[in-house]
Design a protein around this ligand. Structure first.
Ligand code: ASP
Ligand code: MG
Length: 430
């Protein structure tokens, strides 16, 4: 048995491919009450009876995690991180143990594991731990005994402190994908309350289209720019290990959306995969900093050291030896970043720090952009026609993002989606 070590992705004990093994992940709404849990149990049993080796990863029931977090804050304004993880990891223990009981009553063997028991080994950073290794031997043994295996999502154990850690909200996807990689599963199926990945949020664009296929690259950009269908980290792991992913509904039958390598999917006419939006970020500007080498390095090194994730950095060309640096960052990190930026600004002799929380980011994503000039111009044009001003623009080879006023986000998503609808329809028909 070999263990491969990859930079920035978990090392996984490669147990070889396991034909017929499927990892099935169910989100919180899919296990919202005991009736739904029993239905999930029946679904796992059905897959098992069809001959699959079944590993299930369940989220906590309904709003259990929100409720646990609320309790923590009722007791303590800043809950101790170790105890916070001890607390919030229990939600998943409940749902997985209940489901295992229901499976037993259907006459099948099942066993539920905590993240630690399942061999999910993480670093020591509480509330946002990263998986560093998966030691899936115990799961492998249980499967060999013909059991259905259930694993508590979004948690692991630190190899250095031996404490329970959690991955941050939505982290059960990461558990599922990491296990699928470690076990060499045929596929990792993400069961959720929507039928797949859409070309825009259907709450804003009711006639958005469901995509049949999306490449890892596109899905990464969509998740990073606000699509909530899967946790970003889980897609990074899927891409690194080539885990075939399928997002599908728990409640209605359908093929869902396959996520995989661009070359393996039928994407010929793929120009646009979707329009995403994000209202969780703020815009920050440091005005009047000296225009000399090292200034940007100092600002962003300190923010990185504090764990603040920065996006969309722009620096204008300087005037009279002074420049303004603007960027976006999560609103939730402002309490940490603000005092730090004030101090940096004073140290650097800058004029002031401005923050603006009333912004939104609208992004257009599509692998076909690489070979299709004019996509960005069309997006800007759609926004202009809707009378929406663009404040910051940033691009990657397959994404264009614009910062706009938060109040205009829904109109912006609709305008951009409408402009590219023909491309989206072509893609879905392809
Ligand atoms: N229960 C956790 C949450 O609500 C993890 C998950 O659902 O993926 O964030
Ligand atoms: Mg959840």
């Amino acid at each position: 048995m070999t263990t491969l070590h990859f930079e920035a992705v978990p090392s996984v004990q490669l147990l070889g491919r396991t034909p017929g093994l499927v990892v099935m992940k169910f989100g919180g709404t899919s296990v919202g009450d005991t009736d739904k849990l029993k239905r999930v149990a029946a679904r796992l049993v059905a897959a098992h009876e069809e001959g699959a080796k079944v590993v299930a990863v369940l989220s906590a029931m309904g709003h259990t995690t929100d409720e646990l977090i609320r309790l923590a804050h009722e007791v303590s304004p800043e809950p101790h991180p170790r105890e916070y993880d001890m607390l919030v990891s229990t939600g998943e223990r409940i749902s997985n143990a209940l489901c295992a009981m229901a499976i037993h009553d259907l006459g099948h063997e099942a066993v539920s594991f905590t993240g630690s028991q399942a061999g999910i080994v993480t670093d020591a950073s509480h509330t946002r731990a990263k998986i560093v290794e998966v030691r899936a031997t115990r799961i492998h043994d249980a499967l060999a005994e013909n059991r259905i295996v259930l694993v508590a999502g979004f948690q692991g154990v630190s190899s250095s402190t031996h404490d329970v850690t959690t991955f941050g909200r939505g982290g059960s996807d990461t558990t599922a994908v990491a296990l699928a990689a470690a076990l060499g599963a045929d596929a990792c199926e993400i069961f959720t309350d929507v039928p797949g990945v859409f070309t825009a949020d259907p709450r804003i664009v009711p006639d958005a289209l469901k995509l049949d296929t999306v490449s890892y690259e596109e899905m990464l950009e969509m998740s990073a720019s606000g699509a909530k269908v899967m946790a970003l980290r889980s897609i990074e792991i899927a891409r690194s290990y080539g885990v075939r992913l399928r997002v599908r509904s728990t409640f209605v039958d359908g093929a869902g959306t396959w996520i995989g390598e661009e070359g393996d999917l039928v994407l010929e006419k793929a120009i646009i995969s979707g329009v995403t939006h994000d209202t969780s970020e703020a815009k920050v500007s440091i005005i009047g900093v000296p225009d000399r080498p090292g200034v940007a390095a100092q600002v962003f090194r300190e923010l990185a050291a504090a764990g603040v994730n920065i996006d969309m950095i722009v620096q204008n060309s300087s005037r009279d030896g002074e420049a303004t640096i603007s960027f976006t960052m999560p609103k939730t990190d402002l309490p940490v970043a603000r005092p730090m930026l004030e101090r940096l600004c004073a140290d650097l002799g800058g004029a002031q720090v401005e923050q603006d929380a009333d912004i939104a980011k609208v992004s257009l994503i599509g692998a076909g952009m690489k070979s299709h000039p004019g996509v960005a111009a069309d997006m800007f044009d759609a926004l202009a026609e809707a009378g929406i001003n663009i404040e910051i623009i940033s691009t990657s080879s397959i994404r264009v993002s614009c910062v706009i006023r938060a109040a205009e986000v829904e109109r912006a998503v609709r305008a951009v989606h409408e402009r590219f609808r023909a491309y989206a329809e072509e893609r879905v028909r392809a």
